[in-house]
Design a protein around this ligand. Sequence first.
Ligand code: SF4
Ligand code: SF4
Length: 345
Amino acid sequence: MQLDSYAAKGKMTILYHLLRGRLQLDETIAERVFACTSCGLCDVACGYNQSEAIHEMKAVLCKQGVAPPEGYRKISTSTRESGNPYSANSAEGDTVLQSLSESKLSSADYTLFLGCTQIYRESEEIDSLLKILRAAGVSFRIPNEQICCGSPAYRVGDEFQAFEQAKRITTLFESMQSDKILVSCAGCYRMFSNDFKLLMNDESRFKTTHTIELLQELIKQKRLKISPLNATITYHDPCHLGRHSGLYDAPRQVLSSIPGVRLVEMEWNRKFAKCCGAGGGFRAGKVEDSIAIAANRVQEAKATEASILATACPFCLRNLRDGAASIDSKIKIESVESILAKLVL
Ligand code: SF4
Ligand code: SF4
């Protein structure tokens, strides 16, 4: 099989021949199909939903027991065995949540769902987020149990495990009588607002808001006092938030509302934004390639002469930072929340 079988067009050619019975599913095909970050840029490029077709191929491979390469497989196994894709001790995740005062509340307007990456890898992001929500007087509570949203398992085609996570989450929210869910991870957002409907036959009964949408609203209502920041910032659209959910304006409006900030765009932005390289299990499956893609995105940010590369997803944040480190880039990579948290009075 040629190198172009890694590209979207090559994957579609594989699908064409599979459907005609000219190819059989095997580990070589699995390796090509899984080499995809689920970014959806190919959908925009050709106007046909190729990323969904690739997802279906992953799901079929998974159901038929054709082993995906090991890193991808581990996401599934870890979610099943540890309750999260990082193989972290979930009791520690529960302890983090239970240490937050909002986990003791019995009612609030929003339920803030904190995802695995925030809890097990980027916990300072939680501090930033809580600082802003508390400063604005947002009424929110936090579950005292950490459950993975199922996005990593779903993106590697394990719909069975993703469905199990969806059931557990739905039961958790029902037990808390929560119907307004707040998330700040792009993967969790897409999962709750879109994929749960597919997995649960449209039976998910809650509305999901990304914190970036809430921040936009809080700023509009003048509920946050923000000190100035003299900086040029460029924004990386997380694929699950931008291309897959259409949320482009809110993060830009939040950043532009900071006095002194000059917002500049990278060459590839909004629906054409390049991926950070982490999604679809790619970071676990092909870590070096994943970080090389992130480094490419960081180079693009550097070309704007921005001093800060901002994003709205802890998973993008993590990969972009690794990409920057791999090329010794000094550009600061921060979430919109962490930029704002330092400025909130
Ligand atoms: S990585 Fe992105 S552009 Fe490439 S095939 Fe996957 S979804 Fe399409
Ligand atoms: S980690 Fe971010 S940029 Fe990468 S695929 Fe996921 S949402 Fe897209």
